[in-house]
Design a protein around this ligand. Structure first.
Ligand code: URP
Ligand code: ZN
Ligand code: ZN
Length: 487
C-alpha cells in the first residue's frame, strides 16, 4: 500500500516563514510529510514550475445569509464553494446574523444546515445587533459552545448598528468569553445626515453613495471602536479598511500597545468611487461597485499597500456579498431607479481575492510571496483561531493547497468567477498569477478551472480563539469594569 494518499511533487512550497522546493505527502486529509524525493502516493500531482501555497482562508464572506427583509443571499454554500475553489480558497468564515428584537440560536442552527450542503470548510462570526439579556446570557453561550469563536459588531446600517452602550456590552461579552470582536466602522448618524441632505438636493444616483460616507466617517468610527475597546481592554479587528485615515487610527493604537488589527479587501486596491459613476444603459451600472465602505481613489490604493507592508493591515478578505445586477432579487430589488440608499451594499469577490492580491501585490513587486501567504491564509487562520489546522503548509495541518502558476496571465471575467452572481466588479482586470489546481483536505477539488467537489463535503470548523483574543492586562486607569471570564 502506498505510504501517502497523495503526493504533490516538485513544487515550490511557500509559507509565511519561507519558500522551499519540496514534495508534500498527504495521508487521511492531512499533511504527513514535507521533503525532497518522497515515495509515490496513491495519487501524484506534478507541481514542477508551480507554487504550492496554503489554500486561501477567507475570513469575511456573506454566503446564503438571511436578510432582515426575510430574503436570503443568492449565493448558496454550494455555489460559493465552487467559486472559492476556482480561486484557490479552501476555508471561509461567514456570518450568523441577528435582527433587532430577535434571537440567534435558531438562525445559527438553520445556517449550519445550509452551510453543510456546500463543499467548503466553514465557520461563522456571530453578529450582535441587539444585545438583549436573553441573547447575551442564554443564547450566546450555546452558540459559543458549538464553536463560534468571534463576534461581529456593526456601527452603521439601519437594521444592524449598535449605539456605543450596546457596543460596549458586546465588547464586554467577548472579553468574558475570550472571543475576538470584528467591527464594521462607519458613523451611522453622519451617513444618515449626509444621505438626507444629498437626497433633498436631488443627488440620488449610485455615485452619491461615496459622497454619503467619505473617509472621515470611517476614520471617526474606527477611532471610537478602538477607544471603547481600549477602555475595557478587549482585542478587536477592524473590518474592510478602505483608506489611510482609518488605517492610521489602527497604526497609532498599535503603537501604544492596543490589540487591534486591520483587514482590507481586493476592492480597496482596485476599484474607485468613479466606478460608481459608470452610467450603463440606465444610469444604474454604478450599483455593481457599491459596497461599504465605498471604494476610494487611486492614491488610497497606494496607502492601503503601504499599510499592508507595515503590517498595520495584516489580513485580506473578499467581503464577498453578491447581489446580481439583473433581475429583481439583487441590486435592483428596489427598482433600477432606486436612490443610492435603497441599493443593497456589497459585491462578490470570493474567486477574485487571491488572484487580485497576488497580481497587484507579488507580481507587481509590492509585497513578497511570503507576505502574500501571510495576509491571505496564515494570518486570517490565526485570528480565527484555526492555526495548526488551516492557513499553512505544515505536518499535521489539513492538506489544503492552491497550486499556483505565477506567470499565467488572465483577464478576469464573470465566467471565471464561477459564482451565482451575474457580474464581477473586477471584470477586465488583468492579473498575472492564477490557481491551476485546488486541493481541499487532500482531495483535488479544482483542476484547470473545473471544480469536482461533491456537495455536502464541507466541514464545520469549531473555533476557540487563543492568545489573539486575550486581553493585554492593561486598563487605562486600572479599573476593570468587565473582568475577563467573569459573568
Ligand atoms: O457593502 C458591504 N460591505 N456589504 C457587506 C456587509 C458588510 O458591511 O460587511
Ligand atoms: Zn461590513
Ligand atoms: Zn461584510
Amino acid at each position: 500500500m502506498a505510504e501517502f494518499d497523495l503526493v504533490v511533487r516538485g513544487g515550490t512550497v511557500v509559507t509565511a516563514g519561507g519558500t522551499t522546493r519540496c514534495d508534500v505527502g498527504v495521508k487521511d486529509g492531512r499533511i504527513a510529510a514535507l521533503g525532497e524525493g518522497l515515495k509515490d502516493g496513491a495519487r501524484v500531482v506534478e507541481a514542477d514550475g508551480l507554487l504550492v501555497l496554503p489554500g486561501g482562508v477567507d475570513p469575511h464572506c456573506h454566503i446564503e445569509e438571511p436578510q432582515p427583509d426575510g430574503s436570503i443571499h443568492e449565493e448558496t454554500f454550494r455555489t460559493a464553494s465552487v467559486s472559492a475553489f476556482a480561486g484557490g480558497t479552501t476555508s471561509v468564515c461567514c456570518f450568523n446574523p441577528q435582527f433587532k428584537g430577535g434571537g440567534i440560536l435558531e438562525i445559527f442552527r438553520a445556517n449550519r444546515e445550509r452551510a453543510a450542503q456546500g463543499m467548503i470548510d466553514h465557520s461563522f462570526h456571530q453578529t450582535i445587533a441587539d444585545p438583549s439579556d436573553r441573547v447575551m446570557e442564554e443564547e450566546l453561550p450555546q452558540v459559543i459552545a458549538e464553536g463560534v469563536g468571534s463576534l461581529k459588531a456593526f456601527l452603521t446600517y439601519d437594521t444592524l448598528h449598535l449605539p456605543d452602550g450596546d457596543f460596549l456590552r458586546v465588547l464586554a461579552a467577548a472579553r468574558k468569553h475570550g472571543l475576538m470582536v470584528h467591527v464594521h466602522c462607519e458613523n451611522y448618524d453622519a451617513i444618515l445626515w449626509r444621505t438626507r441632505k444629498l437626497l433633498e438636493a436631488g443627488k440620488t444616483g449610485p455615485a452619491y453613495h461615496a459622497v454619503s460616507r467619505p473617509p472621515v466617517v470611517e476614520q471617526e468610527a474606527t477611532h471610537r471602536a478602538i477607544a471603547l475597546a481600549e477602555l475595557i481592554d478587549q482585542p478587536i479587528q477592524i473590518f474592510h479598511v478602505s483608506c489611510r485615515e482609518a488605517a492610521e487610527e489602527i497604526a497609532a493604537a498599535q503603537a501604544r500597545g492596543v490589540k487591534v488589527t486591520g483587514e482590507t479587501c481586493a476592492q480597496y486596491v482596485t476599484l474607485t468611487a468613479k466606478d460608481m459613476d459608470r452610467p450603463g444603459e440606465d444610469g444604474f451600472e454604478g450599483a455593481k461597485f457599491m459596497c461599504s465602505p465605498s471604494p476610494r481613489d487611486a492614491a488610497q490604493h497606494g496607502h492601503i499597500w503601504e499599510m499592508i507592508r507595515r503590517g498595520v493591515l495584516d489580513v485580506v478578505s473578499s467581503d464577498h456579498c453578491g447581489f446580481s445586477y439583473g433581475g429583481t432579487r439583487g441590486k435592483a430589488k428596489n427598482g433600477r431607479g432606486a436612490s443610492f440608499d435603497q441599493i443593497p451594499n456589497g459585491i462578490p469577490g470570493l474567486a477574485a481575492r487571491l488572484p487580485v492580491f497576488f497580481s497587484e501585490g507579488v507580481s507587481k513587486g509590492r509585497i513578497s510571496l511570503e507576505q502574500f501567504v501571510a495576509i491571505s491564509a496564515t494570518n486570517p487562520a490565526r485570528i480565527l483561531g484555526l492555526d495548526g489546522r488551516k492557513g499553512s503548509i505544515a505536518v499535521g495541518a489539513d492538506a489544503d493547497l492552491a497550486l499556483w502558476d505565477p506567470q499565467k496571465r488572465v483577464t478576469l471575467t464573470n465566467a471565471l468567477m464561477q459564482h451565482a452572481i451575474d457580474y464581477t466588479p473586477f471584470e477586465g482586470i488583468e492579473v498575472t498569477g492564477w490557481p491551476v489546481a485546488t486541493i481541499a483536505r487532500g482531495g483535488v477539488v479544482m483542476r484547470d478551472g473545473k471544480v469536482t467537489a461533491e456537495p455536502g463535503t464541507g466541514r464545520w470548523l469549531p473555533r476557540r480563539p487563543g492568545a489573539v483574543a486575550r486581553p493585554t492586562g492593561r486598563l487605562p486607569d486600572g479599573f476593570d469594569g468587565a473582568p475577563a471570564g467573569v459573568a
